[in-house]
Design a protein around this ligand. Sequence first.
Ligand code: PAF
Length: 280
Amino acid sequence: MQAVETISEMRGVVANARAKGKSIAFVPTMGALHEGHLTLIDEAKRVGEVVIMSIFVNPLQFGPSEDFDRYPRTLDHDAKLADERGVDFLFTPTKEDMYPAQAPVVMVHPGAIGKEWEGAVRPHHFEGVLTIVAKLFNIVMPDVAVFGQKDLQQVAVIKAMVRDLNFPVGIHVVPIVREPDGLAMSSRNRYLSPKDRELGLILSRALFAMRDAFIKGERRASALEAIGWRMLERVVGLTPRYLAVVNADTFQRVNTVRHGDAAIGAVRVGETRLIDNIIF
Ligand code: PAF
């Protein structure tokens, strides 16, 4: 694996790969890699000839009271994992290279898909995500980019951006990787105390209960949501933020649940926010 630190060096790598007729698969991340990220690399290797991963903790997508400063930065370990899993180029630009004039004047707005749920809890988060992803796409010029289902609303806004702004990039989505007890893997799980981790597990259990009821034939979103809410509300020490059944592309609520719709949820335990989802 080759480390690439500047945008100009990255452009050189891309030009070289293109000159050789190689397809490029791209895995954008903020580091603190876990098995979930590594399965994105597996997918990138499956669909592309050159695999580029980026690690950049993007200040633009964190709110003023969020965890930008304490977000885990584990670059040496990440580089080792990425190398072992088969990344060809690891792109780790600096903040100064990505945002030379502080915050950009022009940003990408997510529209209605980014308004509710995570968008309501984290104003401007998706603008920050879309702006950095658009910048990275323009630098790496991938044929395919791979994202995790864990951030399902992020996937929906990115797909909409690619469609509406005509980025020539295929978006591949890889299913959530879970711990043996069901907790969705996340870089933020390392913030959880053992007690908070136990409480956090209730979110995935609530989603699984909704899925089980769907499998048994329940199609009313309100009934499925009630099943999940009952489980979240009886747990002391866990603050539910939202739990809903939505269309996985528009992120609008549905009344009647169809295959492909999603149950999405967010909770706070201690200082940590956890999000999770399942696709029916
Ligand atoms: O999912 C993430 O890790 C980030 O939101 C992304 C897509 C790398 C943009 O910073």
